[in-house]
Design a protein around this ligand. Structure first.
Ligand code: PLP
Length: 419
């Protein structure tokens, strides 16, 4: 309560702005995940790894737009590419040169993706991937996992679902025998299994290699399409988590950072499946979308992937994330508090327990502790998600990381009894 009072007193302009916003948008926002009580601050500027809010506070941005903000807020190469497009004219209503090059970059980087199609969001990419699987197999059901998140209408996190009207089979994450039994049981109706190789929004919980391998084998055996949702995880290794896990999915979906700050999604995979979208072939699957190839996203995404987030940059960033997670966990052990950092590379989740987490069922909700840590970190100039999620952007420096660790240590030392 004291923390919340300090937060309110510290952010009068944001509070006023929030109250105005609530008169025209339910809950004062247009992205459910951005709401937190008492109110979220309103940002007015971003530069590199920093954000500035309406009350003039500066934050090190460790939320990194839920992983989409990989390049930070003003990457020079991305901005130059966008400025060039602005001079060339927007939205041609026809093919452009950037989409080909971005498609080449993606298929080169992720070898399981022989052919690719672009969309406007990760949600759409998953909807088209699932649609393709259902059309190609002639089956209806989709197997997904508890705590999984594949988009606004494809959420399995337990909140009131607004899910697309597919018949779903939902299994526990990382449960090998349960998942294999469900695939076997539903094999005659099962079109697809959709999996995040690390639960992202569900708490940064990595899939075990054994789990992913078991799904690959069973889906191959029963001709079920295996969709790997790498919307969030494709940044966790040069070739995505599929490279690290040594798995070849039938379809992969992408989104977030690949658009370099603009609305983006993509789905792609084996030639056999994806060539069904070739409109020159009679009976092909339809995939329209006005802004699928919009020049700003295509150009920004291309320069980002080709010139900025090189394989070396990916390795370096994720090694920095691994070091941060190790330092946080050592600190929690040293202070003897029930807090642990999970995740892979540059994406992590902070959870309020000592016990290991292998699925959403193991995560202690701990809403009050999450609030405390979140607001105390904001008061110290660090922005993370209320739920304890972080995704390091490229411009974050070792100095930023070191001061973040100091801030966490300070919160833990000050509020030890409450954590
Ligand atoms: N899939 C995963 C794993 C995600 O994390 C997200 C977004 O958080 C999506 C899909 C949906 O992407 P978008 O928000 O672009 O629709």
């Amino acid at each position: 309560a004291v923390t919340e009072e300090r937060y309110v007193a510290n952010n009068p302009r944001s509070e006023r702005r929030f109250r105005q916003a609530a008169t025209v948008m339910p809950g004062g926002n247009t992205r459910t995940s951005l709401y937190y009580s008492p109110f979220p601050v309103t940002f007015v500027a971003g530069e590199g790894q920093f954000l500035t809010d309406l009350d003039g506070h500066r934050y090190v941005d460790l939320l990194g737009e839920y992983s989409a903000g990989l390049y930070g807020h003003s990457d020079p190469a991305v901005l130059t590419a966008v400025r060039k497009v602005l001079d060339e004219g927007l939205s041609y209503g026809g093919p452009n040169q950037y989409e080909v090059e971005l498609a080449q970059e993606i298929t080169h980087r992720f070898p399981s993706v022989e052919l690719v199609r672009f969309t406007n969001s990760g949600t759409e990419a998953n909807l088209f991937a699932i649609g393709a699987a259902r059309a190609v197999t002639g089956r209806s059901k989709v197997l997904a996992f508890e705590s999984g998140y594949h988009g606004g209408v494809l959420s399995f996190r337990g909140e009131a679902p607004l899910n697309a009207p597919y018949p779903y089979v939902v299994c526990e994450y990382n449960d090998v025998p349960g998942t294999l039994a469900a695939i076997r049981e539903h094999r005659d109706d099962l079109a697809a299994v959709i999996l995040e190789p690390m639960l992202g929004g569900g708490g940064a919980v990595p899939a075990t290699a054994e789990f992913v391998r078991a799904i690959r084998e069973a889906t191959t055996r029963y001709d079920v399409v295996f969709i790997l949702d790498e919307v969030m995880t494709s940044r966790l290794a040069p070739g995505g988590l599929q490279e690290r896990l040594d798995v070849v999915p039938d379809l992969t979906t992408f989104g977030k950072y690949i658009g370099a700050g603009f609305g983006f999604g993509a789905f792609g995979g084996s030639r056999r499946l994806m060539e069904r979208f070739d409109p020159s072939v009679p009976g092909s699957l339809s995939h329209p979308g006005t802004f699928n190839n919009n020049t700003v996203t295509m150009a920004a995404g291309l320069v980002g992937l080709r010139d900025v987030f090189t394989p070396e940059a990916a390795r370096e960033l994720n090694a920095r994330g691994d070091r941060l997670r190790d330092r946080l966990n050592s600190l929690f052990i040293e202070y003897d508090v029930a807090v642990r950092a999970t995740g892979v590379g540059s994406i992590m989740g902070l959870h309020f327990q000592r016990s290991p987490i292998v699925s959403g069922r193991h995560i202690a909700p701990a809403p009050d502790k999450r609030t405390l840590l979140h607001l105390e970190l904001m008061l110290r100039g660090f922005y993370i998600a209320r739920r304890g999620y972080l995704a390091l952007p490229l411009p974050v420096t070792d100095t930023d990381v070191a001061s973040f660790v100091d801030a966490v240590a300070d919160v833990v030392a000050t509020h030890r009894r409450l954590l």
